[in-house]
Design a protein around this ligand. Structure first.
Ligand code: HEC
Length: 142
């Protein structure tokens, strides 16, 4: 009987561990305009993030020129607490995911017309995938 209970708890533990690995920072895969797929590498993305770091911090509530990117993936655009967004960002009706974030980072002012993010964009799709993988790993959400 005791063995049975031990086995049952082990199974439960295994299921829980599995669920944790499956949901924590799942792989980042995005497509470019031609439909080609790119999988993000968080380590490479940390270097790409240097282009964002002048305006963005990963720490929750730490806003600079741009809002904190903590927990941004999975959140509705323009809703980070304590930051004043542009009207177009607030009205964009986007819920950030890998793909629409990649599209925004390719050409911010095309994806959200009137955004106050004055960043030219990441031209290379691999850079976009990498930086999103990094953001998720650094606390930027799922
Ligand atoms: C020159 C400053 C600047 C740079 C560089 C910059 N951003 Fe931004 N970013 C902003 C501003 C300002 C906003 C707010 C936009 C608005 O309200 O229209 C913003 C908004 C965002 C948002 C939406 C946040 C939300 O809460 O909805 C994301 C995501 C984002 N930036 C990611 C990035 C990434 C990733 C990079 C680097 C590849 C980057 N930004 C580079 C200034 C910048």
């Amino acid at each position: 009987m005791r063995n049975l209970i031990a086995a049952a708890s082990l199974t439960l533990l295994a299921v829980t561990l599995n669920a944790t690995t499956a949901t924590a920072n799942p792989a980042t895969t995005i497509k470019d305009a031609t439909g080609a797929s790119f999988t993000g590498d968080a380590t490479a993305g940390e270097k790409t993030f240097r282009q964002c770091a002048a305006c963005h911090k990963m720490e929750a509530g730490k806003h600079g020129i741009g809002p904190s990117l903590n927990a941004v993936v999975g959140r509705k655009a323009g809703t980070g607490a304590g930051y004043t967004y542009s009207g177009p960002m607030k009205k964009s009706n986007l819920v950030w995911n890998d793909q629409n974030l990649a599209d925004y980072l390719e050409n911010p002012r095309k994806k959200v017309q009137g955004t106050k993010m004055t960043f030219a964009g990441l031209r290379k799709p691999q850079d976009r995938a990498n930086v999103i993988a990094y953001i998720k790993k650094a606390g930027g959400g799922r």
